[in-house]
Write a protein that binds this ligand. Structure first.
Ligand SMILES: [Zn+2]
Length: 379
């Protein structure tokens, strides 16, 4: 048995100097995060943002109606093999970027299938998307739910439901989704206040707190959800890409989300933008980007750690690739490469580009979806 040491560490959201912990060998790194990064909101099957050059929308409903999709997302979801391949690439990318917890929307069965392909897995919150649209109906989620609930009952992953939004799901769907979520771990996510205030509507449908399930709103550009005792996941990158604005305050925000991990990378790839948007002390950003998501979703973090060579400032700007990633005391990434199979971050980025091309050919017009700008180039 050896010791892992680091000059500086972010331990449970606190910056500390001089870190030591037992490890299988003696090792020294410049920076260690305990636990690793959390991505509180990610759509692992999104390969096309429906973007139009030079166009921005006022809110999510305008975007959904007016977006320019090159790829048929219903077909992508329904094709379990394609959907699980995209999910697998999302998880591999996450681990290689140092993201040890992901809250995934999208197709439940595909996400679970991908997760079981990995030898060392990231921690997951599985929130299959429900809306009153063909391809996203509650009935489809229910059938996936019964198939996988036994598989994820070991506590390593948590299951709930993601109600797309108040405008895309009727009151009956919302009520039934809440009851389905209670069969899992009682977690319900939803897009809220994404360009338009929805808090009054939220209170009209769901009432005042306390709620029978744990509700986690996402985006909250136009609503401070602390008013109903909730905490939000902020996705500043897609807010700026789609609507040209985001909230500059961390009040009521406990975690960050990448929203489109295949197109934009997971949380660390957004840190430079996050730090420019929120202008909070480094420790506050580090806490929200790491343990913030774990605490919000009540996920254990014992044995989760990410180690880097570089300085903390660069790590917290997303400039440095992790050397070592450990989840639940198991090594997922060693010397900068996924352990099994041996994949580097450059490999997975290349595979993602190839997969997007393949999916566009299979379920699209053949044209390539408009690639969004990199988060760090946005502001
Ligand atoms: Zn989303």
């Amino acid at each position: 048995m050896g010791v892992i040491e680091a000059g500086i560490a972010v331990v449970h959201g606190r910056i500390v100097e001089g870190f030591r912990a037992p490890f299988r060998e003696d090792a020294y790194y410049d920076v260690v995060l305990v636990p690793g990064f959390s991505d509180g909101h990610a759509h692992p099957q999104v390969v096309d943002g429906g973007l139009r050059r030079g166009v921005r929308w006022r809110n999510s409903y305008e975007w959904i109606r007016g977006r320019d999709m090159v790829v048929d997302e219903v077909m992508v979801r329904r094709d379990l093999s394609v959907a699980s391949k995209l999910s697998y690439l999302t998880m591999v990318r996450a681990l290689l970027e140092g993201t040890t917890l992901l809250a995934l929307t999208g197709r439940l069965a595909a996400n679970v299938r991908a997760w079981f392909k990995l030898r060392v897995r990231p921690r997951l919150v599985l929130l299959p998307t429900v809306m009153d649209r063909v391809g996203w109906s509650l009935g489809e989620v229910v059938s996936d739910y019964s198939r996988v609930s036994m598989l994820v009952s070991d506590g390593f992953a948590r299951m709930g439901v993601f109600i797309h939004s108040l405008g895309m799901a009727g009151v009956t769907t919302i009520r039934e989704s809440l009851s389905l979520a209670s069969r899992g771990d009682g977690i319900v996510g939803l897009h809220l206040g994404e360009g338009v205030s929805e808090l009054e509507e939220f209170k009209r449908i769901l009432g005042e707190p306390p709620y029978p399930v744990k509700i986690i709103p996402v985006h909250c550009i136009d609503d401070d959800v602390q008013e109903v005792g909730l905490q939000c996941v902020s996705c500043p990158t897609t807010n700026i890409i789609l609507y040209g604005r985001t909230r500059g305050s961390l009040a009521g925000i406990s975690s960050f989300g990448s929203d489109w991990p295949l197109l934009l990378g997971t949380t660390p790839k957004h840190l430079k933008l996050i730090r420019r948007v929120f202008k909070e002390p480094l420790e506050v950003i580090a806490r929200t980007a790491t343990i913030g998501g774990y605490k919000l979703y009540e996920i254990p973090y014992d044995g989760d750690m990410v180690a880097f060579d570089g300085n903390l400032e660069d790590v917290m700007s997303g400039y440095v690739k992790p050397k070592l990633v450990i989840v639940n005391n198991q090594i997922a990434v060693y010397d900068g490469a996924l352990v099994d199979p041996q994949i580097t971050v450059e490999d997975v980025e290349k595979r993602i580009r190839e997969a997007i091309k393949e999916v566009s050919e299979k379920y699209g017009s053949g044209a390539q979806p408009l690639i969004p700008p990199k988060p760090e180039d946005l502001i």
